[in-house]
Write a protein that binds this ligand. Structure first.
Ligand SMILES: Cc1cc2nc3c(=O)[nH]c(=O)nc-3n(C[C@H](O)[C@H](O)[C@H](O)COP(=O)(O)OP(=O)(O)OC[C@H]3O[C@@H](n4cnc5c(N)ncnc54)[C@H](O)[C@@H]3O)c2cc1C
Length: 392
């Protein structure tokens, strides 16, 4: 391998890749074989968790310093309140999400209140309304099927990926972005960066559980099939953004509204602190597509100011109660570059040598935690089958 091959995204690798002694010793295969998982979002975590149960020797390489990817609970507000910036709602028919929530003993609470009035715009004017009309208005942004029974995890949805990661312990390696994949017929080598040094790790199987926008940045040598490379190259993501406005108290309750509304720009407006202890409130707005892209063009200060101005229609008291605001535009998150995949292809799912592919973008429930979990479990079965075929 020549030195040029170690150049990735402007990083000039002055060092030669080394296999650390820690990894070298781990290469002695265990019962099921050694599996490297790229990405510690729900797809990668569930695959690692189930393969670990089956006595495969798993290592998850996660670029960030936390598990969960797009399941992110923001906790830097006062008074102990928090809000989910990514996955927020769990529909009642998402059996896999609910299965793991139950397996880890995580408590669920309703996402939508049954008390108080909702709000929506009618001919540009704010109208207080009941659940049915609010749900119908919200249908413009997304189908709220059986949303009467949608739930969230008490304490924040990031407790789910944290529970997986807690079971896997040191098998999840944080701050280890993968930069190169080298698949051969029976094995695979990945190169990742850790504390500015490149390291290599060998495995029997590799699970790629990163969005294709991230896979597109990795060097793949030799390249996957033409169909797979095309699926990776053409992958697109939808834009979605959240703005969180923290308030000194939940003043809206004084006038019998519950803090949920449907506003300008097809924005869903949520009282994220519904069901949380404490007195501070968080009003969260959620925009998608072009509205999200436009918001992303603004500075952080302007995102907050624009959002507060729009929220005043529903919450005239907001200025007097404002603590602070902050935003999360998923298109600018360097580890995903979007909110969810807006296209998928069967070529995307197909294995390449001993490399297997998971992630919400490769599932029947794209843009949901359920999809990420479903894809991770599919890959577990594919690896089991491949292992059995190799042993036969
Ligand atoms: C705004 C928004 C709203 C949503 N709302 C809901 C909802 O209400 N309910 C619901 O169920 N779902 C919702 N979702 C969808 C849900 O969050 C995702 O479908 C799911 O979390 C995706 O999981 P994943 O494992 O496929 O990908 P990710 O969570 O993106 O995980 C991929 C992981 O790979 C890591 N990574 C990336 N590049 C590298 C690299 N080079 N090397 C190593 N690691 C790397 C990332 O850091 C990340 O941790 C929402 C998502 C968003 C963004």
């Amino acid at each position: 391998m020549n030195r040029r091959q170690f150049i990735y995204s402007g990083l000039v690798a002055a060092s030669t890749a080394v296999v650390s002694p820690r990894f070298a010793s781990a290469q002695v295969s265990s019962g099921g074989g050694r599996v490297i998982v790229i990405g510690g979002g729900l797809a990668g975590l569930v695959a690692a968790y189930e393969l670990n149960k089956l006595r495969y020797d798993v290592t998850v390489l996660e670029a960030q310093e936390r598990p969960g990817g797009r399941v992110l609970t923001v906790r830097d507000f006062g008074d102990g309140v928090y809000a989910d910036a990514g996955a927020a709602r769990i529909p009642s028919d998402h059996d896999l999400t609910l299965k793991y929530v139950n397996e880890f003993g995580l408590p669920l609470i309703p996402f939508y209140p049954t008390q108080g009035k909702f709000m929506r715009l009618a001919n540009g004017m704010v109208e207080q309304t009941d659940w049915d009309k609010f749900r119908d208005a919200t249908r413009f942004a997304m189908g709220l099927g059986d949303a009467d029974h949608w739930q969230k995890i008490k304490g924040g949805n990031d407790l789910l990926p944290k529970a997986f990661a807690g079971r896997l312990k040191e098998k999840v390696r944080y701050g280890t972005p993968v930069v190169k994949i080298e698949p051969t017929q029976n094995r695979v080598t990945v190169t990742f960066r850790e504390r500015d040094k490149l390291q290599a790790l060998d495995g029997d199987f590799l699970v790629s559980a990163v969005p294709f926008t991230m896979l597109a940045k990795m060097e793949i040598s030799p390249a996957f099939s033409a169909a797979k490379m095309e699926a990776i190259r053409t992958a697109g993501m939808t834009s979605a953004s959240r703005v969180f406005i923290e308030t000194k108290r939940r003043f809206w309750l004084d006038r019998g509204v519950n803090g949920f509304a449907f506003g300008d720009d097809f924005a869903e407006i949520w009282n994220s602190t519904f069901g949380e202890p404490g007195t501070h409130g968080i009003v969260q707005t959620y925009v998608r597509g072009g509205y999200s892209a436009a918001l992303g063009q603004l500075s952080e200060t302007d995102r907050v100011a624009t959002t507060v101005a729009k929220l005043k229609k529903f919450f005239p008291e907001i200025d007097a109660n404002l603590v602070k605001g902050r935003s999360k535009c998923w298109s600018e998150d360097p580890w995903v570059l979007g909110a969810w995949a807006n296209n998928g292809s069967s070529a995307g799912q197909r294995r390449e040598a001993n490399v297997f592919f998971a992630g919400e973008h490769l599932s029947n429930h794209g843009s949901w935690m359920q999809g990420a979990l479903e894809s991770g479990l599919r890959v577990v079965n594919e690896i089991k089958t491949a292992r059995q075929a190799a042993a036969a």
